[in-house]
Structures are given as C-alpha cells and as structure tokens.
Unconditional design. Structure first.
Length: 317
C-alpha cells in the first residue's frame, strides 16, 4: 500500500458499518468526529482486539460504546477532547494497554482501578482530582507501567503502591500529592523509573527506596524533603537521584529557608502516617503471576518498550 492518507471529517459509525469483520482499527491522527458507535461491541465485532482513536476530534463524555468491546486488548483514546469522569467499567476490561491521557477527563480516579488487567496504563495530562485509590495494590499482578503525571491529584501516597512489585515505571509528578514517601516503596523491586517531582511531599527519602537494585532514575525534585541518608546520597552522586529544590540543609540547589518554613507551618498530616512510615515486609504478597505478566508484555512486542512514556507524545502516521 502507498502512503496512508488522512481522512477528513470522518464519521466512525459510517466506517464501521461498511466492514463486516474488524480485527484492528487504527484511525489515529485524522479528523474523526461524532460519537464512538456501539457497532464496535463484541456482539457485532467479535474479532476486534485493537482500537486506536487517538489524536482526533472526539468530544463529550467518556465513550461508553468501548465498554461493549469486551475482546479488546488495546484501547487508545489519547489526544482527544473527552471530558467528565472516566467510566469505572473501563478498568474491568481485559486490556493489556489502556491510554486515556491528554484529554479533559476529571473527577476522581475510580476505585475499580485496582481491577485493571492492564500492563500499561496512562491517565496523564487530564484533570483528575482526589487521591490515588488504595485499590491500586490489587493490580500488583499486572501493572508494569503507570502514569498519573500532570493532573490535580492530592492527598497522601497510598502505602499500597508498594505492592506493585512488577512495576518498572511509576510517574505521579506534577500533582498536589503530599506526606512522606511510604516505606513500602522499598518493595518495588523491579522499579526502574520513579518520578514524584513537583508535588508537596516531605520528610525523609526512604533508604530502602534508594537501595533498589534496578533503579535507573529517581526524580523527587521540587518537593519539601528534609533528609536523605547515605544510600540516597550515593544515588545523588551517581546522578540517579534528583532531590533539588527541596529543604535538605546540606544539599545543593535547595529552596530558600523561608519558603520551607512557610510550607511546614501548614503542611498536611496524613491520617495513616504510622502505616506510611512502617517498614514493609516485602514478602507477604507472592508474585504468582509474574511470569504471566512479563510474558504478556513480551508478546505485545516492540510497543511494550516504554509504552506509557511513548504514548504521552502525539501519535503520527
């Protein structure tokens, strides 16, 4: 086939109705408008397992039609103009990839997040508020990469994030999260890229976190941390850990003292502070599905490599 041509003002319903059997639908970077039709449901398209509608002109509330496409393994709705809450049911689909980033989704992240089967999940660059659901710990047997960056999330980091022992990428930067980093983060044995920068976090950077063997980059800049131990200082020297623009007295490139003082006069105290600071027994939850999750990622092919970070950029033909 020659170079793919962009479709102007395409109606997805008209397109779907003309094709009896769909397996993969990639309509990214066109001017597709209108509603996502219910004709994509598994009752009418039982072989449809990939749906990419990214970088188009869809508007309005979450497209409930995708909830009927129960055989999907890949769903990409990024870079549209969807608004309002995300339907909780989307996290119950048996997906490997779920990309909802760069829309106008708002409201809280549903508790059903913990039911997701997704390996790669990004909710970045939306308008979500409230906390990260504690139920995220229930996705410990599936989640490999998850991006919450650039929303309006608040509250304290849940202890349950530390249960994501398969995760290699976790990014909740550019939010309003506060409190200490839970000691349970020291259980993220496969973590490679962890970014919590540009939040309202404070306290000591856990030494257990800085001891993680697979850590390649730990970005904690633009927070209000006050202490780092010897293991963390090693990572600073190796340019693995960035704690710039915090409140660490003997570290370089920190906030001004009066800025730190003003923050601590009104800092938020997490209601479960004792739990967050408790050293986590990392062997409680067995990783019975580790090989299964890694195998699913391998079968996904090249797309699985840094999938979430790649998909916060605009798709192109």
């Amino acid at each position: 086939m020659g170079r793919q041509r962009r479709l102007q003002n395409l109606s997805l319903k008209n397109f779907i109705e003309k094709i009896k059997t769909l397996v993969i639908v990639h309509l990214n970077s066109n001017n597709v408008t209108g509603d996502v039709p219910y004709e994509i449901s598994s009752d009418k398209q039982p072989n449809l397992f990939e749906l990419d509608l990214s970088n188009n002109k869809f508007k309005g509330s979450f497209p409930k039609a995708v909830l009927g496409a129960t055989n999907l393994t890949y769903l990409d709705l990024r870079f549209n103009q969807f608004t309002g809450p995300v339907d909780p049911q989307v996290f119950t689909l048996d997906l490997d990839f779920l990309f909802l980033n760069n829309n106008g989704f708002s409201g809280t992240i549903p508790e059903s997040l913990g039911r997701t089967a997704a390996l790669f999940l990004t909710l970045a660059n939306n308008k979500f508020i409230g906390g990260i659901p504690k139920s995220i710990g229930n996705a410990r047997e599936t989640l490999l990469e998850v991006l919450f960056l650039n929303n309006q999330l608040s509250g304290c980091l849940p202890y349950e994030i530390g249960l994501l022992k398969l995760a290699t990428v976790f990014d909740a930067s550019k939010n309003k999260l506060t409190g200490p980093i839970p000691q349970s983060f020291g259980c993220l044995k496969n973590m490679e890229l962890l970014n919590l920068s540009e939040n309202l976090l404070y306290g000591e950077v856990p030494e257990t976190l800085c001891k993680l063997n697979n850590l390649k980059k730990l970005t904690l800049s633009y927070n209000y941390f006050t202490q780092v131990g010897p293991e963390c200082r090693k990572l600073i020297a190796e340019n693995v850990l960035d704690v710039s623009m915090s409140c660490i007295i003997d570290a370089d490139n920190q906030r001004k003292p009066d800025e730190c003082e003003a923050f601590f006069l009104k800092r938020y105290i997490c209601p479960d502070m004792k739990t967050l600071l408790h050293h986590a027994p990392c062997d409680i939850h067995k990783l019975s599905s580790k090989q299964n999750s890694v195998g699913r990622a391998q079968r996904a092919g090249a797309r699985a490599r840094s999938a979430t970070y790649a998909d916060i950029n605009k798709p192109h033909l």
